[in-house]
Write a protein that binds this ligand. Sequence first.
Ligand SMILES: NC(=O)c1ccc[n+]([C@@H]2O[C@H](COP(=O)([O-])OP(=O)(O)OC[C@H]3O[C@@H](n4cnc5c(N)ncnc54)[C@H](OP(=O)(O)O)[C@@H]3O)[C@@H](O)[C@H]2O)c1
Length: 249
Amino acid sequence: MQTNDIKGATALVTGASRGFGRGIAAALSGAGATVIGVARDGAALGELRAELGESFTPVSADAADPTVAGQLIDAYRPGILVLNAGAAPLSRPLQQHTWQTFSVNWDTDVKQAFHWLREALLAPLAPGSTVIAMSSGAALRGSPLSGGYAGSKATIRFITSYAAAESERDGLGIRFVSVLPQLTPATGLGAAAVAAYAAREGMDVAAYRERSGPALTPEQAGEAFVALASDPSHAGAYLLTAAGLSPVP
Ligand SMILES: NC(=O)c1ccc[n+]([C@@H]2O[C@H](COP(=O)([O-])OP(=O)(O)OC[C@H]3O[C@@H](n4cnc5c(N)ncnc54)[C@H](OP(=O)(O)O)[C@@H]3O)[C@@H](O)[C@H]2O)c1
């Protein structure tokens, strides 16, 4: 099997300060990559830098800002680009959303994916580069307490596949992959959603978690992203659960 060398590669991870992004940045660093971590909270990024050492470069910035995407792609030309940053949606039924709360994930998650995907194609990143965008299992099933979240994550999967088609058409050799994690209480965003869905069903959180089975952890997400980045045969979209990756047909 052909593999992409992670050791010595430059990886850029958005949303690296907490949750999945932190686990992914740590796993890529552990596999020998030089990692650029982007998030708005400089203090949390500083803690990760203290943990991972010199191979981790923190960048405090808004990943949904098109200038940030352009500047960081130009500066680092990452061989591995992970578009993970995402806003925490307000957990309420549809009628209790305003347009502003409904659309937060369009304004952050989709905007981010759009800007970075196009910058990756325009640069273009080097042949053999891998871009992995964070969608969600909600893109397949909906998420009735999260406003526009599920639709925004479905759009991220769509536009990542559009980018893959453009790469193929222009012979760029850049691989574009989407990951659809299952809901997990192991991150801040996921814990809030699990609490809301448990309350909706009149269950306590412990019982809801018990029923949901093993929870996906940031460390497992990290292992999965290293596997995706290493193996150039991975393409398309993958569900991610505590049991690992499985292709979405
Ligand atoms: N947890 C789940 O159950 C689950 C399931 C499916 C998909 N996902 C997706 O996985 C991704 C990570 O979620 P998570 O659960 O790890 O959430 P989390 O713990 O809340 O972490 C979100 C990360 O995104 C960063 N972020 C948010 N807005 C940003 C912005 N404008 N610019 C830069 N960074 C930004 C946050 O850092 P700052 O606040 O410091 O900027 C933080 O590092 C999201 O895209 C989410 O939708 C999560």
